[in-house]
Design a protein around this ligand. Structure first.
Ligand code: ACO
Length: 323
């Protein structure tokens, strides 16, 4: 009986940090509006030489160091991203090459902001099947490169970054108290396409395009969708929300995070929040938050951690992990 156990985490941010005040000169907005509506105070913006794959590689190196492993110990690389360096090859194979891994398999997975939850769930299935032994699961994005800086309703909300987790297949007794991925639920519904999308691509405009969002519509659906998959994970695990030690949601908006936690009855002190300092980094937001909470001593071995996300498509999902 195999389970996918967390062996290490790491993250990487661009060197340039942009506070709300710096945007005010370029965009018709205010620090107060951004803080009130989203909780965001600053974001990191990739500069010259910083791309999704370079950030992903740095995060992967940090996770390997945290795990006490060499790159050659990894035989699976899964990268959740909607902002690859190039249409192809995949960011995952670029990370593989940068780390010097010449065996195993690497591929990208596209579920926008849900990318990390989808990547963890996918890697978990590979590891539990016995086909692969150790996975680097990465969420990496440079969303600032697909923003329309003339659209104040979207450009103030996003940032760049990457986070990584090393998952390892281990024999398990399958008990609720034993480490590893305990439950996961993924969903998607393509009818919601127009509420959150990018208006370009290789098969249409031939350009990368810009992010478009009906913020109110996304907000309206988000809380119900994520709490639904979280409840599914809790049902699968046979536990109540009160068993969760740390709730690590996708960091899109402070109000969505608070409303989701409230609906589930999860107290605020158990919620890891980074949207204030990172803004919405799409697939990178959860592993960035996990790394922060591990490094500052909040998440410890034995803790029960719930991750969840919702993004363009719509896609949404949750996973329950015993650390
Ligand atoms: N600065 C100042 N004013 C602004 C700004 C801005 N940056 N943007 C919009 N406004 C104005 C609007 O024009 C509007 O003015 P009006 O009333 O005169 O027309 C007013 O502020 C209110 O705008 P709303 O859109 O109603 O603001 P709302 O309270 O809905 O907040 C927000 C907007 C923050 C986008 C919110 O709807 C939200 O967070 N939605 C969810 C978005 C989200 O989570 N997206 C990520 C999903 S994950 C992914 O896959 C990318």
């Amino acid at each position: 009986n195999l389970r996918s156990c967390v062996r290490g985490v790491g993250s990487a941010l661009p060197s340039r940090c942009v506070a709300n005040a710096e945007l005010v000169g370029k965009v018709d907005t205010s620090d107060e509006w951004i803080r009130q509506r989203s909780g965001i105070t600053q974001r990191y913006v990739a500069g010259e030489g910083e791309t999704t794959s370079t950030l992903a590689t740095r995060a992967a190196e940090a996770a390997l160091a945290n795990a006490g492993l060499a790159a050659s110990d990894i035989d699976l690389v899964v990268v959740g991203t909607a902002t690859p360096d190039y249409t192809f090859p995949a960011v995952a194979t670029q990370v593989q090459a940068s780390l010097g891994i010449v065996h195993g398999v690497a591929f990208d997975l596209q579920a926008v902001c849900s990318g990390f939850v989808f990547a963890v769930t996918t890697a978990d299935k590979f590891l539990r099947s016995g086909s692969n032994k150790r996975a680097l699961v990465i969420g990496a994005e440079t969303f600032t490169r697909i923003l329309d800086w003339n659209d104040r309703t979207t450009c103030v909300l996003f940032g760049d970054g990457a986070g990584a987790m090393v998952l390892e297949a281990r024999e398990s007794d399958g008990a609720f108290a034993s480490p590893g991925v305990i439950a996961a639920r993924l969903r998607s519904d393509g009818r919601h396409r127009a509420k959150l999308y990018v208006d370009g691509g290789p098969s249409t405009t031939g350009s990368a395009g810009h992010l478009r969002m009906e913020g109110k519509e996304v907000f309206r659906h988000a809380v119900g969708m994520v709490t639904d998959v979280i409840q599914g994970c809790l049902d699968d695990a046979g536990c109540a929300a009160s068993a969760i030690d740390w709730f690590v949601p996708h960091q899109a908006n402070r109000r969505i995070i608070d409303a989701s936690a409230d609906k589930l009855g999860i107290p605020r002190e158990k919620v890891v929040v980074t949207v204030d300092r990172h803004a919405n980094t799409s697939a990178a937001s959860i592993p960035l938050a996990l790394d922060l909470a591990v490094q500052d001593g909040r998440i410890k071995a034995g803790d029960l951690v719930m991750i969840e996300a919702m993004g363009g498509g719509f896609t949404w999902g949750a996973a329950l992990i015993r650390w």
